[in-house]
Design a protein around this ligand. Sequence first.
Ligand code: ADP
Length: 308
Amino acid sequence: VKTAEPAGEEDYSETVAALIHRSAVSWEDIAGLEETKREIKTTYALTMARKPAGVRVDAPRTLLLYGPPGTGKTLLAAATSNGLDAIFFSVRVSDVLSKYFGESSRLISALYAEARRRAPAVVFLDEFDAISRARGEAGESGAERRILATVLSELDGLNSKSDPAFVLTIAATNRPWDLDSAVRSRFAREIYVPLPDDASRRRLLEIHLTEKGHSLKMPLEELVKRTAGYSGRELAQLCEQAVAHMVQRTNPGLEAAVDRGRHAVADYQLRVAPLSEQDFAAALQAIGAPQTSPAELALYTRWRGEGG
Ligand code: ADP
């Protein structure tokens, strides 16, 4: 972890390189969100496709994804990047602010310079609300104002479309109401990423259970019904917990094997069983109530209803 000491250009290039992420996420790995996926695909198809001579089709280069936590915003950004065969920079805005403080605005400039050099590129700015919050708070510092100004001017640069290098910025937030109008006006599109509906939860349960070789002792539909209100991330955790519970239940000798040492564990043949009602009951208890309460969900609905 670097501290906020003055740094030259080269020092940034290393830091920027550390923000490059590789992931193999494809559109098929993302449950539901069909409309969202279509919208994003159209965005970049417009940019990449060959146009008739003399015709210009401007495509948005700045997208804001908003919605409850754990609903697939990061996955969407990664899938977009993979679909474009683009280099993927993933930045958590709050991390940049806290780790690089006084240097954070120069880091952002260096990041965009590198993205342009290596285009096509996708710059993912997670927890984007951190940037706007800094602005509203009393005692806001010069550093925070500078990073905001830098990001806004980079977004303006992307939106001007005079730049031939294709750099797509995807910002994500769980708190869209924290963004003021100056910030929001920089985005060509604001896209809602909702909690998974019935069909999406069915697909999520398939991804995290059946496609991993597990079977169910109870109807899948039952589970779909019982998981209303949970995010994709919570469903993934729920499945993991249920599998762990099943493994414990069917392998009473596993702990003893662990006690006998690494080789004993490696030789141990794991038994699996169809996941039962109790496995899920235990998992649900461990997970607790959905992270996004109905009251919070209503905030998104209201914010959207008010035109944001
Ligand atoms: P966000 O960025 O909206 O907070 P993420 O994209 O980081 O959420 O999702 C967190 C994890 O939850 C993912 O790694 C994945 O395991 C699971 N997940 C969430 N939404 C989906 C989805 N629509 N399809 C598949 N997995 C999902």
